[in-house]
Design a protein around this ligand. Structure first.
Ligand SMILES: [Zn+2]
Ligand SMILES: [Zn+2]
Length: 344
């Protein structure tokens, strides 16, 4: 499809010109949406650890220059041909699921999240680190009025990932669910787990986050530096689910013995090194290890509605788009409390 490039005006974008390069703030022409696309006037975009895939060229086949960002919230300011379900001035978001082909085997089974040709904003096409973004309609998420732009943005990746992993984990109300890691994902995971009616054990390294974890809804805090966390979970009867959010395979490996019968380690913290587990650890107690990746736009709408109903909110630090480099460095440092969000 050829882009009908009608110059409307210039906008600011934060782009990566080649793998490993620093962010550049440059001006670009605002482009026009093709058929089946809308243009979004971006209001906020979360900074996610997965933006490193774009920053450092870790995604196979990614092309440059590329504008990162897959936690986008804004307002539709132009609609392409054939778009009937979405309207001008509607507030929408775009998360990790940036489009699917509708024709591969997974899509034909209705499993759009596992589309073989899944598109990801900020990787497959330019994402939300810019003032205007074009997105296909199948990526759009309707944003409830009561949520602020900056609060809604992190729910489109960190939020949906924890919400969706937990609701598909098999845990029932009253079950012991542990959340490993109290960071960008974990601080949302604790809140969702509490609102789902689980008994929540938060697992952090060091005592610093104990009080906060309890405020967020944990009934137990386990300091994995001071105690053996797996043993602590067993003393509580064993966890039905451990939501592993911190990208540390070593920390995940150490927790497997904390699972109760039929317990499941739900892995969402993306690390590259192997999780160590023996077959015996899995066979005794019929334990499972499962990974979970985000979800579809309608899963995001479920996440936002649930957040609206229950008061689950991300804790955020905001930076203007011009300070994208600083915002990204802050996210990488691990010191942010807890999600970093760009405003336009
Ligand atoms: Zn993300
Ligand atoms: Zn597909």
């Amino acid at each position: 499809m050829a882009k009908t490039s009608v110059a409307v005006a210039a906008m600011k974008v934060a782009l990566i010109s080649n793998p490993g390069a620093d962010f550049q703030i440059v001006e670009r022409e605002i482009s026009t949406p093709d058929a089946g696309q809308v243009r979004i006037k971006v209001q906020a975009c979360g900074v996610c650890h997965s933006d490193a895939l774009t920053k450092d060229g870790l995604w196979p086949g990614i092309q440059y220059p590329r504008i990162p960002g897959h936690e986008v919230v804004g307002i539709i300011d132009e609609v392409g041909d054939g778009v009937s379900e979405w309207t001008m001035a509607q507030r929408v978001g775009v998360g990790w699921h940036g489009g699917h082909d509708g024709t591969c085997i997974a899509c034909r089974r209705g499993d759009f999240g596992n589309c073989r040709n899944l598109k990801i904003p900020g990787i497959s096409y330019d994402g939300g680190y810019q003032q205007y973004m074009v997105a296909p309609v199948e990526a759009l998420v309707a944003i409830p009025e009561s949520l602020d732009d900056t609060e809604a943005a992190p729910l489109l990746c960190a939020g949906i990932t924890t919400f969706n992993a937990l609701r598909h984990s098999g845990a029932s109300p009253g079950d012991l669910v542990a959340v490993q890691g109290i960071g960008g994902l974990g601080h949302l995971g604790i809140q969702f787990a509490n609102k789902f009616g689980y008994k929540v054990a938060a697992i952090g390294r060091g005592p610093e986050n104990a009080a906060l974890a309890k405020q967020l809804g944990a009934s137990v805090y386990i300091d994995s530096r001071a105690t053996n966390a797996a043993e602590a979970l067993q003393k509580l009867g064993g966890a039905q689910v451990i939501l592993a959010t911190a990208p540390s395979s070593k920390a995940m490996s150490e927790l497997i013995d904390g699972l109760g019968p039929n317990g499941k380690l739900m892995v969402i913290g993306a690390a590259f090194d192997p999780i160590e587990v023996t077959p015996i650890q899995l066979i005794s107690g019929s334990r499972t290890i499962q990974g979970w990746a985000s979800g579809t736009p309608i899963d995001s709408e479920d996440t936002l509605r649930f957040a609206e109903l229950t008061g689950v909110r991300p804790m955020i630090e905001t930076y203007p788009l011009e300070k994208a480099a600083e915002a990204y460095a802050r996210m990488l440092s691990g010191d942010a409390q807890f999600r970093v969000v760009l405003t336009m």
